[in-house]
Write a protein that binds this ligand. Structure first.
Ligand SMILES: Nc1ncnc2c1ncn2[C@@H]1O[C@H](COP(=O)(O)OP(=O)(O)O)[C@@H](O)[C@H]1O
Ligand SMILES: Cc1ncsc1CCOP(=O)(O)O
Ligand SMILES: [Mg+2]
Length: 269
């Protein structure tokens, strides 16, 4: 299992170093994710330089959480059996010291995912990654939300995110036009990306998986920062080559695969 931690990632060249480290290690990322995005998520992890494994049944998932370098738990198309698997896998990851990321897709007013997500937070996810409505709702407040989309501004999620950090000891990444990465005593922003990212399903979910990959080689906040930077900068490269959502979905994978230090240094905002 990958165990070393790289710290103090703050700018484009630091992100570049961390990306090189990730590609060198090729972390094995276990994904329990939703049925809409599994293929795109696995391809995003491969383009990044990680190794995806969608091991999501109760019998195997708890074992695999001790083998994987990081775990993603995404509640997007949860059902009762998968919810049980998610809780058991988070417990197994915690026991094994495997970092894990929670993506609380559409939490806020949907009973099963709300209940499971509420059980997952005390199991201390390394990073919680969601849009503003999801993060506000996960903190127990009225986050609004419209299905999988946010109706709240990122700023409104800052205090709720801090309250979640206090409970998990990890980081919370709130995505939107400007992304915020929050810890108990720090907020970092990433101002990259393109609105086209909202026109392809699974772009937020892939960011959760990429974040999980980086947790295998960085602190929670550095992992969330690096993941957001590489994904949003890949999107900026992709939008120059795409003619619509379909080609953008392909181009963002190509751009992530080819992403280099020059682009990260030049484009990170
Ligand atoms: N209006 C926007 N402009 C630029 N980037 C955006 C915009 N909206 C979302 N993004 C980017 O899209 C990705 C997914 O964010 P978001 O759409 O908030 O997640 P979700 O799909 O989970 O709701 C993030 O990397 C974020 O930076
Ligand atoms: C459309 C949809 N419905 C349930 S999960 C899902 C995918 C959501 O993906 P993202 O949060 O990345 O937009
Ligand atoms: Mg989402």
């Amino acid at each position: 299992m990958v165990s070393d931690t790289v710290t103090d990632v703050l700018d484009g060249s630091d992100v570049s170093e961390l990306l090189a480290e990730l590609r060198r290690r090729g972390p094995l990322v276990q994904c329990i994710t939703n049925s809409v995005v599994t293929g795109f998520t696995a391809n995003a992890l491969l383009a990044l330089g990680a190794a995806p494994a969608m091991v999501d049944n109760l019998e195997e998932a708890t074992v695999f959480a001790g083998i994987a370098d990081a775990v993603l738990i995404n509640v997007g198309t949860i059902n009762p059996a998968v919810g049980e698997t998610m809780v058991a896998t988070a417990q197994a990851a915690g026991a094994a010291g495997t970092p894990w990321v929670l993506d609380p897709v559409a939490v806020g007013g949907l009973p099963l995912r709300d209940r499971v997500a509420t059980e997952l937070v005390p199991l201390r996810p390394t990073v919680i990654r969601g849009n503003a409505s999801e993060v506000i709702s996960l903190a127990g407040l009225d986050g609004g939300g419209r299905g999988v989309d946010s109706t709240a501004g990122v700023e409104a999620a800052l205090e709720p995110a801090r309250s979640l950090c206090a409970r998990t000891g990890g980081a919370v990444a709130v995505s939107g036009p400007v992304d915020h990465i929050i810890t108990a005593d720090d907020v970092r922003t990433v101002s990259n990306g393109t609105p086209m990212m909202t026109k392809v399903t699974g772009v937020g979910c892939a960011l959760g998986a990429i974040t999980a990959a980086f947790t295998a080689c960085a602190s929670p906040a550095d992992a969330a920062f690096a993941a957001t930077a590489v994904w949003t900068i890949a999107a900026e490269v992709a939008i120059e080559r795409a003619s619509g959502p379909g080609t953008f979905a392909v181009e963002i994978l190509d751009a992530l695969h080819a992403l280099g230090s020059e682009q990260l240094a030049r484009l990170t905002r």
